[in-house]
Design a protein around this ligand. Structure first.
Ligand SMILES: N[C@@H](CCC(=O)N[C@@H](CS)C(=O)NCC(=O)O)C(=O)O
Length: 201
């Protein structure tokens, strides 16, 4: 199995967090690539990171990759990290989608700020609001914990890690002590530390 990834992609990081936590990383070759990589485009025609290859199967979009990896993980009797079959399944998925939406808005803002023409204040404000409201309405009780992570833990950990990495000015910790505490505990986990983007990137 191969994962095409970059060290700074928060979408890829959700997947590498899962691989590290479950130990499936030992069955997976991590292939560093960039958006323009020919090899990546062979596996993802959209040219987006991450993409996964297992034999003849190629998958893209981090969510589908995680669903597939959860199937591999549960085949040996491990508990689903997607919480399939649990009565909290939809609450967990909603929390994960909120974290993913925060991440989408944060990545879009980063690209918008990097463009060589004037960035759109309208879009930057819209994405800032999405991030703030998403964080305020997150149901943390459905985001797992450092002791018992779930798929939504990886999504939220990646989103918050990315806010620290690319948008420190947002000060997301301000007036969110519970979220700050949740993240502090998560940040000490080896699957979080081992997947961090390089400090110089
Ligand atoms: N929904 C996709 C988003 C992937 C994505 O946008 N990845 C970024 C890297 S952080 C990318 O490859 N951007 C290049 C592009 O959009 O051309 C997923 O979850 O995998």
């Amino acid at each position: 199995m191969q994962l095409f990834y970059s060290q700074t992609s928060p979408f890829a990081r959700k997947v590498t967090m899962f691989l590290n936590y479950t130990g499936l990383v030992n069955d997976c070759e991590l292939v560093l690539c960039s958006f323009s990589s020919e090899e990546l485009r062979k596996h993802n025609p959209l040219g987006k990171i991450p993409a996964l290859r297992n034999g003849d199967l190629t998958l893209f979009d981090s969510e589908l990759i995680l669903e597939y990896l959860d199937d591999l993980w549960t085949v040996n009797g491990n508990l689903s990290l997607l919480r399939r079959g649990s009565r909290f399944y939809y609450a967990e998925r909603k929390a994960a989608m909120t974290a993913n939406g925060i991440l989408d808005a944060a990545v879009s803002s980063m690209f918008e700020k990097k463009r060589d023409t004037q960035p759109s204040d309208y879009w930057l404000e819209r994405w800032r609001e999405a991030i703030e409201q998403g964080l305020d309405q997150l149901q943390l009780e459905h985001c797992g914990s450092a002791e018992k992570p779930s798929m939504s833990s990886f999504c939220l950990a990646s989103a918050l890690g990315y806010l620290d990495f690319r948008h420190p000015d947002l000060n997301w910790r301000q007036s969110r002590p519970e979220l700050e505490q949740w993240f502090e505990a998560i940040s000490a986990s080896s699957w979080f530390i081992d997947t961090a983007p390089p400090a110089s990137a």
